[in-house]
Each structure stands twice: as C-alpha cells, then as structure tokens.
Design a protein around this ligand. Structure first.
Ligand SMILES: Cc1cc2nc3c(=O)[nH]c(=O)nc-3n(C[C@H](O)[C@H](O)[C@H](O)COP(=O)(O)OP(=O)(O)OC[C@H]3O[C@@H](n4cnc5c(N)ncnc54)[C@H](O)[C@@H]3O)c2cc1C
Length: 431
C-alpha cells in the first residue's frame, strides 16, 4: 500500500501512487514528458505548508528536495538564479554569503521558494509586494517536456501568469530573483488598544518598512510588530529569544491551546491572558533572521486580501461577529499590508491590500468561525490566499480576478490535457 502524505496542519491527507525525487532538471523534464504521454497527472510538493488540498494527489507526487541551492549570482545587478526546492531558510543563509538578501518574506521560512511563489506568499509592508514580485525570470517545464524561459522580455504574458500559478502551468525549474544588498532590521514589538491601532494604521503602515499586528479575540488588545532597516549594531539575546519566542509563544501557548481544545468555554480568558503575556521588546539582526518566527503550535488558517482602505472596517466586523456569536476562539487574528502588483492571479492584483488571517488551533471546531468571517471577507471583495482555506468557486473567483480568463487560456495552451491538475484545482478552476 502507498504511504500516506499529510500537509503541515494534518487536515489534508492523500496516498500518492508514487513519490519521485528527481536530481536534475532533465530528469524532471523526462518525468513530465512521460506522464503527459501516458495521460497520468502529477503534483509537485514543496514543504507541504499549504492548508488546502492544493498538492494532494493519488497519482504521482514530485518532491524537489534534491533540487536546492543557488545556481548563479549576478553581483552587479543583485540577482540570483535559484533552484525551486530551495527552502527559504537555506536561501537566506546562502544569499548572506554573497552579501545579499530577499526584499521581503513571510513570517515563517520553512517553505520552498517555488511553493511560496506558486501561492502568492507575502510578508508585510505597504510599499512591498508579495514575494512573486521579487521574481524577474522563471524557467518553466511545460507539460510537453519543453523548457520555456519567461520574464518581462521573454513570453511576458506567460511570465505574469506563472508568477502565481498554483503549480498549474508547469513546474518552476529555476527562479531568478531580484535581491537587495544584505541589510539589518530593527524589530520592535509593543501592545496597544485595537481602536488606537486602527486609528493610526494608515500612517503607521506608511512610516514603517514592515508593519503588522495581531488582535486577541474577545479583547481590545493588539500586539504590534514593526521592522525597519538600520545600520545599528546587532542586538539579540538568545535568552530573550528562548524565553519569548520558544517558551512563551510556543510552549506556554501550546498548553493554553490544549486547555481551550478541552474546555472551549475558556477561550475568552485564555485570549485575555495571551494578550497580557505577549512579549514586548526589540531585536536587531540580519533580515533573514528577523523575518521568521518559530511556529510549533499547529493550526488551521484562512486569509483574505481586501482593499487596503477596507481593512479596518473588515476587522471591526470580525470583532463584532466573534462577540455576537460568542465564537470559541483564542488564536489571534493577523493583519498585514501589501502593495498592489500586476500578476494575473495575485490577491493584490491592482490594489493595495490588507491581508487578514484567522486561525483555529488544530483539533478545535472551526467551521462556524471560518464561514462567518469568510462572509465578511466576501462583502469586502476579498480575494483568498491561494495556500489557505476558503470555499470560493470558479465563478466567484472569476469575478474577483480581472485576468482570470487570460490566465486560463494560457493554462489550456500550456497543459491541454491537465497533467498538472488535481481534484482541488479542477474545482476552483471550474474544469
Ligand atoms: C505556519 C505557517 C505560516 C505561514 N506563513 C505565511 C506567511 O507569512 N505569508 C503567506 O503568504 N503565507 C504563509 N503561509 C502559507 C505558505 O507560505 C504557502 O502555503 C506556501 O505555498 C507553502 O510553501 P510550500 O513550499 O510548503 O508549498 P506547498 O504547500 O508544498 O505547495 C504549494 C503550491 O506550490 C506548488 N509548487 C511547489 N513547488 C513547485 C514548483 N517547483 N513548480 C510549480 N509549482 C510548485 C505546489 O504544486 C502547490 O500548488 C504559512 C503557512 C504555514 C503552515
């Protein structure tokens, strides 16, 4: 019997017929070609950190762990060509050796670069786009086994479609990334009232290179995190890190989560307590060490991008919904800002966006909460994060994405028989 594959949250399981781990792009291209010829489908898996069945397959699963690393670096133009399976934590260290760094990234670094790009993974920063906006070239392995170079100059339409493509146009074989000279970030964390935070949100997002906050349900409290470039010397304390990030925000938080799972009526008190325990302080380090936070507590997540100006109202409505329905949730709600772009399936396509993410501790009922909040996101023309839970249908998504038809016409040309499709993609693409 084939081995069961599980995603990070444990909610998605499948039994791939086979798991292949090619060691070269030629081997990968050959696998794709043979699948297309025999009418078999395949899915590529990165780190399995998406919350939806986006990689699930009962056919062939391809893992790119043997295709990691930097192929070449252009020191003059601050660009690097990176292999698709490279984990973001590895990339950060490798780039630092060349005196370079990513412009922005998400709040964990366990993803593969290709997986992050494929789902429109983002960090925060009103003047910074999703990670795919840092991509300046893609070598795409298409269903017929061809290798297609895509960039603003070569196959520009395919490039705009491939920058966020959910693994449906082909396999990202190499990714060319625009970089920054290596830089340090000063991170400051403090707590505040939600109302004060929302009142000065626009100014704060403009003031800081990176700005985000977490709202604790059933309370008026938020934890705010800002990150700004600095030339100041490093300021990190391993003891503080161990106490705050590892023990308090993961160990103690996990115990509180277990308490809520067993006694959901305690969610309010636990959320209140978490708001009081959350760490404050500051740290200065290289960007690739400041961006990620450890996440050992497992959860389910839904995240939507709403137009930036609608973000505060959207959050207020979520707060009201949680109170009105006495939702048993203690996991904080995350709020980030992202600059608009021109990538066909980017949730930030042509609009500056507020990304709002809701979470539920693994094993706790989440449907009433997620359904209710999703209805609020819908009212604000929200677009779902492609790696996170949502219930949108192809016809609804088509309304939200002006370039939806262009994307799918490119997809049908590149993969006419659906080699890269699975049941989940067929559902959300309406095939
Ligand atoms: C704890 C946690 C924290 C997170 N934090 C953030 C965050 O801060 N910001 C954010 O935006 N998201 C965040 N996410 C979501 C996450 O970034 C995305 O789901 C991302 O896609 C995961 O990368 P992965 O390598 O695990 O990809 P997977 O989930 O394995 O795959 C995702 C997609 O990429 C495709 N893919 C993988 N490799 C290739 C390739 N070579 N060619 C073509 N397609 C490919 C897969 O087929 C699939 O469609 C978080 C998720 C978790 C679990």
């Amino acid at each position: 019997m084939s081995k069961t594959w599980k995603n990070w949250s444990g909610l998605v399981k499948c039994q791939p017929k086979e798991l292949l781990q090619p060691s070269s792009l030629n081997e990968l291209a050959e696998i794709v070609r043979s699948h297309a010829e025999s009418g078999r489908s395949l899915r590529v898996v990165g780190s399995g950190h998406s919350f939806t069945p986006i990689v699930a397959t009962n056919s062939t699963m391809i893992c790119l762990k043997n295709l990691q690393g930097i192929e070449s670096v252009d020191r003059e133009n601050y660009e690097a060509t990176v292999l698709p399976g490279t984990k973001i934590y590895t990339l950060g260290k490798l780039l630092a050796n060349f005196g370079m760094g990513l412009e922005n990234q998400g709040d964990i670094d366990s993803q593969s670069l290709a997986g992050a790009i494929a789902t429109g993974t983002h960090g925060t920063g009103a003047n910074l786009g999703i990670m795919s906006t840092q991509v300046v070239g893609i070598t795409l392995l298409t269903a017929d086994g061809d290798i297609l170079e895509c960039s603003a100059a070569n196959n520009p339409d395919i490039f705009k479609a491939t920058q966020v493509s959910l693994g449906s146009l082909g396999i990202l074989g190499k990714i060319q990334v625009k970089l920054q000279p290596i830089y340090r970030l000063r991170e400051v964390r403090h707590t505040s009232d939600l109302s004060a935070c929302l009142d000065r949100l626009e100014a704060a997002c403009r003031q800081h290179r990176h700005y985000e906050f977490w709202w604790f349900p059933h309370t008026d409290r938020v934890s705010i995190k800002t990150q700004d470039m600095t030339d100041a010397p490093m300021k990190t304390s391993q003891i503080e890190h161990l106490l705050n990030d590892v023990i308090l925000e993961n160990g103690v938080f996990w115990l509180l989560c277990e308490l809520c799972r067993n006694f959901p009526s305690l969610c309010k008190q636990v959320s209140n307590l978490s708001a009081q325990l959350v760490s404050e302080g500051e740290t200065t380090n290289y960007s690739y060490q400041v961006f990620p936070t450890p996440r050992s507590v497992r959860f389910y997540e839904m995240e939507y991008a709403v137009p930036a100006e609608k973000g505060p109202d959207c959050l207020r409505e979520i707060k009201e919904f949680v109170a009105r329905n006495d939702i048993a949730v203690h996991f904080p709600v995350e709020y980030r800002c992202v600059k608009s772009d021109d990538i066909y399936l980017s949730p930030a396509y042509q609009r500056d966006s507020a990304f709002i993410a809701i979470h539920m501790y693994k094993g706790m009922p989440y449907k009433t909460y997620f359904d209710g909040v999703e209805a609020i996101f819908k009212n604000h023309q929200g677009r779902p994060h492609w790696g996170k839970m949502h219930s949108r249908t192809a016809s609804e998504l088509r309304e939200l994405y002006p370039m939806w038809d262009e994307f799918h016409s490119i997809r049908h040309k590149l993969d006419p028989t659906g080699v890269f499709m699975n049941d989940y993609l067929k559902r959300i693409f309406g095939d």
